[in-house]
Ligand binder design. Sequence first.
Ligand SMILES: Cc1cc2nc3c(=O)[nH]c(=O)nc-3n(C[C@H](O)[C@H](O)[C@H](O)COP(=O)(O)OP(=O)(O)OC[C@H]3O[C@@H](n4cnc5c(N)ncnc54)[C@H](O)[C@@H]3O)c2cc1C
Length: 339
Amino acid sequence: MVTDQLGNGYDVVVVGGGAAGLNGALMLARARRSVVVIDAGAPRNAPAAGVHGLLARDGIPPAELLERGRAEVRLYGGHVVSGEVETIARDESGFAVTLGDGRTVRARRLLVASGLVDELPDVPGLPARWGRDVVHCPYCHGWEVRDRAIGVLASGPMSVHQALLFRQLSADVRFFSHTMPPTDEQAEQLAARGITVVDGAVASLEIVEDRLVGVRLSNGTVISREVLAVSSRMVARAIFLAALGLRPVEHPSGAGEYIPADATGRTDVPGVWVAGNVTELTAQVGNAAAAGAMAGAQINADLVAEETREAVAAYREPFSPASEARVSELVTGDRRHGL
Ligand SMILES: Cc1cc2nc3c(=O)[nH]c(=O)nc-3n(C[C@H](O)[C@H](O)[C@H](O)COP(=O)(O)OP(=O)(O)OC[C@H]3O[C@@H](n4cnc5c(N)ncnc54)[C@H](O)[C@@H]3O)c2cc1C
């Protein structure tokens, strides 16, 4: 990607240039804030051919969407820089952000939009198919795999739910219980929806001519499948926040780890906001962008409040206790001189 020169200091440093970070930066740049997006260039949906379910841009390639976003940020004077943030430390007037290549930059506020890592089930051959015929999200890829032979690999707390959602898209869905057999209640739901449960551990995927053709069980049986839906464990990418006391915590759903924040993205650490998958594990591109925009606006409002407090203090300076004492001193002095 084209990359701007990194300045010394900004009102806001945005860590991560996916949908969340870029939309946050867009709001800030349009509010005439100095802002830089530092981006390591590995958005979560990079393996996917298109972004789906995004109004007015459905199917756009992920790289094209981000290129458009970067251009929009730059149009308003924002900077977008390639690099990986390694550490962030607090200093007297904000934050010192250090990149892996040794560059540093100062920030009054931080917007962290670094996304998450999908930790995939440990099945040989599976990671290479991720985003192609190994999928996770019915809203991202479901339409594209409609009416196909779909397998669902039990690999997380939402796997049965996932199978029921994919059943909406195809009548041919099989549930591979792998290491997580369904409960009796879940088995009844699957049966009632015509989803066959395949017992036994999954050993590998069968790939022919760069296409998934089946799922091999540890007993050697191959069940023919064209698509496999899996649940990843979703873990916020935020190790660089540790020195600020912000660490990913277990999500109540059991689906992974996230950085908690309020509805506007404000964290418990003053001056630090988060947006997108780093805090909302299930956010789609549209939600991530909206959260980034919200956080950007909130950061601007926070800076406006700080600047207004400072302006009021300066405005009041002629009437501050020190200047009142000076006025009284002058009046007394004037009387002494009989004026
Ligand atoms: C295979 C797949 C397909 C998907 N398809 C769809 C779809 O069709 N529609 C949809 O709405 N959603 C889809 N999603 C979900 C989508 O990927 C997320 O909603 C979206 O990427 C979240 O945006 P984000 O800005 O929070 O994070 P990301 O897009 O992941 O962006 C985070 C950015 O931060 C950077 N970064 C991380 N750490 C650092 C650091 N230390 N320093 C600097 N930069 C850093 C990363 O390199 C990355 O560029 C899909 C997900 C997957 C896995």
